[in-house]
Design a protein around this ligand. Structure first.
Ligand SMILES: Nc1ncnc2c1ncn2[C@@H]1O[C@H](COP(=O)(O)OP(=O)(O)OP(=O)(O)O)[C@@H](O)[C@H]1O
Ligand SMILES: [Mg+2]
Length: 503
């Protein structure tokens, strides 16, 4: 079949980094094509070149719908029929839903003419209805959940009659129900003959939605494969180019209690939460999105004031009102949305890692000891396998997944006694994922107590010693990891009991 999109000889050189080296990509009409590779493999860069956000090196050729194209900004791509849905969405949060969908179309504005509200609203409503979403399109976009904002972005591509939609890690902020909904929509788009390029690190997802796979490794094209000829192990081997081992979980009963929570409540967030955490233990907290997990974590770390209840650190009652109180009690909190909450993008990896332990980086003259700083940075670059391993590189020049590793490094360098980590491997590739799981294990050997919040059940099962399941703000059950099954956890999360049965 004739390709809808053919990119060939695509290279991209950044100072000191060859992000892409003669990569090719061919997309057929009406197929869902997964673009995969480890963190930093070049996936996002290739897509940015496609939609005109980045310029390729000499020699690149892009053919789309039978025409040779070279785009220089995203709106040109949109008008040609290529839309990109970024992880951070890049729509306009304070404009209305209708405007977000229609900006750039004739009904939004015609030259100097004023915005024509009525046709614009009608058009936006129609596109959303096609996706099964009914919302008030005059609301500002930011009032919608992330999942709905994503549908708005997809509706926009329908309005522009897109033939190709690029989705870069679309499910990283979605609950499992929302993921299912997105799959249905993808299926529907495919049935209409629209092609989709789908980027994700979640292999299960890829096998559920994709017809074909293209693998990139270290900026190079490895190959394109039909789903029939592919399985998870093969795919991982192609991506990583080496064997990935699975961690062997050794159970850990834990030592002394490092944290205890009694009857912690916050109206509308969580209710009557009591549990304890021991040194050397990993407690997993899971549940559906919206169950109150993140709010609880924030409360522990002084970012969300509870209405009632007590927190004890190492047996002593503490009053944690701000995050610096929490840090004084040797707590660290690694939030879910790490890119936006964690990094100075214009500063080096070293600076980002050492900023939290600034005081320890001074020499006897109270000046920054650069060699100490570098040693710290290279240690964590190595532990977390940050790529490229160049300590002086700006954090903003790293790929999404590698930026996350730097945020994790930054908090680990504070040597906390209690570590709370929210969705530890969101956006992190499969090889590095296992490394992070192992790392968490190793940290427990140093006597750190860890709370891992995760929606990914295999992850919760792989890393935790004990699992707390939250449902509608309460702990609906606690299971020892050795006895836990995915089904048990799902039942607790959805129904509130371990066994399935009556709904
Ligand atoms: N502005 C930039 N300056 C320098 N290097 C960059 C820049 N943007 C990206 N890179 C480098 O290009 C390479 C590819 O990055 P890219 O973001 O395309 O990876 P990716 O495959 O999308 O990874 P991830 O899965 O982590 O999102 C990385 O080594 C990255 O550090
Ligand atoms: Mg990326």
């Amino acid at each position: 079949m004739e390709s809808l999109l053919r990119m060939s000889n695509i290279s991209k050189t950044y100072p000191g980094v060859k992000a892409l080296d003669q990569v090719q990509l061919a997309i057929k009409p009406g197929e869902v094509h997964a673009l995969i590779g480890e963190n930093g493999a070049g996936k996002s860069t290739l897509m940015k070149i496609l939609v005109g956000v980045e310029n390729p090196d000499e020699g690149a050729e892009i053919h789309f719908a039978g025409e040779k194209i070279r785009l220089s900004k995203p709106i040109e791509a949109t008008l040609k029929g290529i839309s990109m849905i970024y992880q951070d969405l890049s729509l306009f949060p304070n404009l209305s839903v209708a405007e977000n969908i229609c900006i750039g179309t004739e009904s939004a504005a015609k030259g100097y003419a004023r915005v024509k509200w009525k046709p614009m609203k009608a058009r936006a409503e129609k596109a959303l209805a096609e996706l099964g979403l009914k919302v008030d399109v005059s609301l500002p976009l930011e009032k919608l959940s992330i999942a709905k904002q994503q549908l708005v972005a997809i509706a926009r591509s329908l309005v522009f009659d897109s033939k190709l939609i690029v989705m870069d890690e679309p499910t990283s902020s979605l609950s499992s129900g929302e993921v299912e909904q997105l799959y249905k929509i993808i299926e529907d788009l495919r049935n209409r003959g629209i092609s989709i390029i789908y980027i994700s690190h979640k292999l299960k997802e890829l096998f559920a939605v994709a017809d074909r796979f293209t693998v990139l490794r270290d900026g190079k094209f490895v190959g394109s494969y039909d789903k029939e000829d592919m399985d998870e192990d093969k795919l991982i081997a192609l991506m990583v180019g080496r064997e990935v081992d699975v961690i062997n979980r050794e159970e850990n009963a834990g030592g002394e209690e490092v944290l205890r929570v009694e009857g912690l409540s916050k109206k509308g967030n969580f209710k009557d939460i009591s549990f304890s955490l021991r040194a050397g233990e990993i407690v997993g907290i899971t549940g559906l999105v919206g169950a109150g997990r993140t709010e609880l974590a924030q409360a522990l770390f002084g970012l969300n004031k509870p209405d009632s209840g007590q927190i004890y650190v190492a047996g002593k009652k503490v009053n944690i009102r701000t995050s610096s109180d929490a840090v004084k009690h040797k707590m660290a909190y690694i939030p879910e949305s790490r890119q936006t909450q964690g990094l100075f993008l214009r500063q080096s990896i070293t600076d980002n890692i050492s900023v939290t332990v600034f005081g320890k980086m001074l020499n006897k003259f109270k000046l920054i000891d650069r060699s100490k700083e570098q040693k710290l940075a290279s240690e964590y670059i190595q532990i977390l396998d940050v790529r490229p391993p160049i300590a002086g590189m700006n954090a903003g020049q790293l790929s999404g997944g590698n930026q996350q590793k730097v945020v994790i490094a930054k908090w680990l360098s504070t040597e906390p006694r209690i570590l709370i980590i929210d969705e530890p491997t969101n956006g992190i590739d499969i090889g590095a994922k296992t490394e992070i799981h192992k790392l968490l294990r190793r940290l427990t050997n140093k006597g750190i107590g860890i709370i891992v919040i995760s929606s990914e059940l295999p992850e919760v099962l792989a890393v935790s010693d004990r699992i707390l399941v939250m449902r509608r703000g309460r702990i609906s059950g606690e299971i020892a990891a050795s006895e836990a099954t995915q089904e048990m956890i799902m039942n607790l999360a959805v129904l509130g009991t371990k066994a399935g049965g009556s709904k």
